[in-house]
Design a binder for this molecule. Structure first.
Ligand code: CA
Ligand code: CA
Length: 579
C-alpha cells in the first residue's frame, strides 16, 4: 500500500513546487502586498514602491550592512537605471547594453547571463540604459535597445521567444521594463527625438503574439489580433487633424518610453506620452494630442478611456511620460504624477478629472499655474521659445530662459507613495535652460528637434531635492537637498523609511515623516536606479543598482560639466541587518 502511494506523493510534491515557481496573474495582482517577492517594476503594478516590511526602521538601521555585491563586468559600463525583480530566491537584473543577469538573491552567486547582440547604428537618445524586466509564468521578459522584446526561461536563461517591436534604423528603441496587466504584456516605445509614432502594445506574455496596438498620436489607426494572428482595425486614436496641422501627426512623437502602471480596480493601464515632434512648437499649432499626456487605456479593449494633457502644444520637451501612481484618498481612487514640466497633478483614476495641480519645484517659467476648472495651464506666452520664421534671417528664433530644463522637474526616476504617511516622495531637480527654435524637416532615422539648448544651474548649492509632497494640500512637507541632480528612484517602507540613491554614489535612507537622513552607504559609482526591498528566510533585504550615467552626462550642458568628476560603474548591491 505504501509503495503504491509513494509515486503519487512525489508527483503532488513536484506539481506544487512547479506551481510555486510559475508567476501567475494572481501573484502579480497581489505583488504590493506580498513582501517575499518583487514581481513588477514599481513593486506592484500601481507603482507605489511601498513595502509593508518594517524590520529595517530608523531604530535598527545603523545595523544595515552589505550582504553581497555583484559586478556586471565587461568593458561596458555607462548608465545603470535598472530595478531588480526577485522571485523564488532569484534576482533578475538588467544592465546597460541590453544585458540581463540571474543571481541567487541571498548570496549574489551568478546563475546565468544573457547578452543581447546589438547591431551597429542603434539610436538610444539618452544612454544605453535599461530599466528592468517583467516576470510571467516561467519567463523573464525585457526590452532591448534595438527595439526587440526577449523572453527567457527564468531557470536557464534560454530564449523562449523574441519579437521585434519596430525598426531601430528609423529611430525606435526600447529601455523600459514591460508591464504585465490582466494577463497581457504591455510595452511602449522610445524615439520621440526621431519623429517615431508612440504607441502601447499588448501581447500574450507566453508567446509574444500581438493582441492589440494603440497609437498615442492622434490620427493613427489602432489594431487588434485574434488568436490565429488575424489583424483587424480597432479604431483611430482621437480624430485625424483635430489637434495637429497638415501631415505632422504622421511623425508626431509622443513616445511611451517609460512604460506604464496598471490598476486592477479601474481595469486601466496608465501610460505617459512624451514630447510631440519636432520640438519647435510653432510648426504644429494645436494641442498635439496625445503628446505630453497621461493616457488611460482599457486593457480589455485597447481603447483610450480618458486622457489628460499636462503640456498642450509643448515647446520645451516636457515629456509627459512620468509614472501615474494610483492611491486612495477620501474614498476616491486617484492618481498622482510629478511631471517633467514642474507641476504635480492629481487626477481621478477612473475618469481623468483633474483634482489638484501644484508646482513641486521652486522655479517654473512657462506657466503661472494650472486652472483646476478647465484643466489647462495658464501659459506665459513670452516665455515660449520664439518662432524662427519671425526673425530677420529665419534661422534662429528668439532664445528664452526656461525652467524647469527639458531634463525636467523630475525625469525617469520613479517616485514612491506611502499609504502610512499619505505622502509622495518625489526626486526633484531645480535647473533651467536657454532654449531656441530652428527650422527643421523630417528625415527618417535622423534627429528631429528643430531646437537648440544649454542646460543651466539655478542654485550653486544644490540641484537635486528629495521632496515629501502632500497631494491634498500641495505642500512640501520636507526636503533633502542634493548637490548633483537626482536621477535614481525611490522606495518607501512600513518601517517609516524612504530610500534613494544619489549620483555622488550614496544609497541613503531618511525618516519618512521628518526627512532626517538616518543612514547612507557609498556604492562606488553614481546611483541612478530605484531601490527595492523584500523578505527572505525572515530577513529583510534592500537592493539597488549602482552605475553613473543616463541623460545628464550626455545632455546636461553646464550641469554635465559640474558633475563630470563622477565615475561610471555597473553593479548591484544588497543589504541586510547585521546579526
Ligand atoms: Ca510582492
Ligand atoms: Ca523628449
Amino acid at each position: 500500500m505504501r509503495l503504491k502511494l509513494l509515486p503519487l506523493l512525489l508527483t503532488v510534491g513536484l506539481a506544487s513546487l512547479t506551481a510555486q515557481a510559475a508567476v501567475t496573474d494572481q501573484m502579480i495582482a497581489d505583488d504590493a502586498k506580498t513582501p517575499g517577492d518583487v514581481l513588477s517594476w514599481g513593486m506592484g503594478t500601481q507603482g507605489q514602491r511601498y513595502s509593508p516590511l518594517k524590520q529595517i526602521n530608523p531604530k535598527s538601521i545603523d545595523k544595515l550592512v552589505p550582504a553581497w555585491s555583484f559586478s556586471f563586468g565587461g568593458e561596458k559600463q555607462r548608465g545603470q537605471e535598472s530595478q531588480p525583480v526577485i522571485h523564488n530566491g532569484k534576482m533578475f537584473v538588467t544592465g546597460s547594453y541590453s544585458r540581463i543577469y540571474a543571481l541567487d538573491a541571498t548570496t549574489g552567486k551568478k546563475l546565468w547571463k544573457y547578452e543581447h547582440r546589438l547591431p551597429d547604428g542603434i539610436m538610444p537618445c539618452c544612454d544605453v540604459i535599461n530599466r528592468g524586466a517583467a516576470l510571467y509564468d516561467n519567463l523573464v521578459i525585457f526590452m532591448t535597445l534595438d527595439a526587440q522584446i526577449v523572453a527567457l526561461d527564468q531557470n536557464t536563461g534560454d530564449v523562449v521567444w523574441k519579437e521585434k517591436i519596430d525598426n531601430y534604423a528609423d529611430g525606435y528603441s526600447a529601455s523600459a521594463a514591460p508591464l504585465i496587466a490582466n494577463g497581457l504584456l504591455l510595452t511602449g516605445v522610445s524615439g520621440g527625438e526621431f519623429g517615431v509614432v508612440g504607441r502601447v502594445e499588448a501581447r500574450n506574455p507566453k508567446t509574444g503574439q500581438m493582441v492589440w496596438s494603440r497609437p498615442t498620436v492622434e490620427g493613427h489607426m489602432g489594431y487588434k489580433w485574434d488568436d490565429k494572428g488575424n489583424k483587424t482595425e480597432n479604431g483611430i486614436s482621437g480624430t485625424t487633424n483635430k489637434t495637429w496641422p497638415g501631415d505632422l501627426w504622421k511623425t508626431g512623437g509622443a513616445a511611451t518610453w517609460l512604460g506604464g502602471t496598471y490598476d486592477a480596480k479601474t481595469g486601466l493601464a496608465y501610460f505617459g506620452a512624451g514630447n510631440p515632434a519636432p520640438w519647435n512648437s510653432h510648426l504644429r499649432k494645436g494641442d498635439n494630442l496625445f503628446s505630453c499626456s497621461t493616457i488611460a487605456i482599457d486593457v480589455k479593449t485597447g481603447q483610450i478611456k480618458w486622457h489628460y494633457q499636462n503640456t498642450p502644444n509643448d515647446g520645451w520637451d516636457f515629456d509627459g511620460v512620468n509614472e501615474f501612481i494610483t492611491y486612495d484618498q477620501d474614498g476616491r481612487r486617484l492618481g498622482g504624477k510629478a511631471d517633467r514640466n514642474g507641476f504635480f497633478y492629481v487626477n481621478d483614476a477612473t475618469t481623468g478629472q483633474l483634482v489638484n495641480a501644484f508646482p513641486f519645484v521652486k522655479k517654473v517659467t512657462w506657466a503661472t499655474g494650472i486652472d483646476l476648472k478647465t484643466g489647462r495651464p495658464n501659459f506665459v506666452p513670452e516665455n515660449r521659445p520664439g518662432d524662427p520664421t519671425a526673425g530677420s534671417d529665419g534661422k534662429k528664433g528668439q532664445s528664452v530662459f526656461a525652467a524647469p530644463s527639458f531634463l525636467g522637474g523630475k525625469n525617469q526616476m520613479p517616485m514612491a507613495y506611502s499609504p502610512d504617511t499619505g505622502l509622495f516622495y518625489v526626486p526633484a531637480n531645480e535647473w533651467g535652460m536657454e532654449i531656441w527654435n530652428e527650422p527643421i524637416t523630417y528625415k527618417k532615422g535622423a534627429a528631429y528637434l528643430g531646437a537648440g539648448f544649454t542646460i543651466k544651474t539655478i542654485n550653486d548649492e544644490y540641484i537635486g531635492a528629495m521632496r515629501a509632497v502632500d497631494p491634498k494640500t500641495g505642500k512640501i512637507v520636507w526636503e533633502a537637498k542634493n548637490n548633483a541632480p537626482l536621477w535614481g528612484g525611490v522606495l518607501t517602507t512600513g518601517g517609516n523609511l524612504v530610500f534613494w540613491g544619489t549620483p555622488e554614489g550614496y544609497l541613503q535612507a531618511a525618516d519618512a515623516k521628518t526627512g532626517k537622513i538616518v543612514w547612507k552607504f557609498q556604492t562606488g559609482s553614481g546611483v541612478v536606479a530605484p531601490p527595492v526591498t523584500w523578505e527572505q528566510n525572515g530577513e529583510q533585504f534592500v537592493a539597488v543598482v549602482s552605475g553613473w550615467g543616463g541623460a545628464v552626462p550626455l545632455w546636461g550642458g553646464d550641469v554635465a560639466k559640474k558633475v563630470n568628476y563622477l565615475e561610471q560603474g555597473g553593479s548591484v548591491w544588497v543589504f541586510k541587518l547585521m546579526k
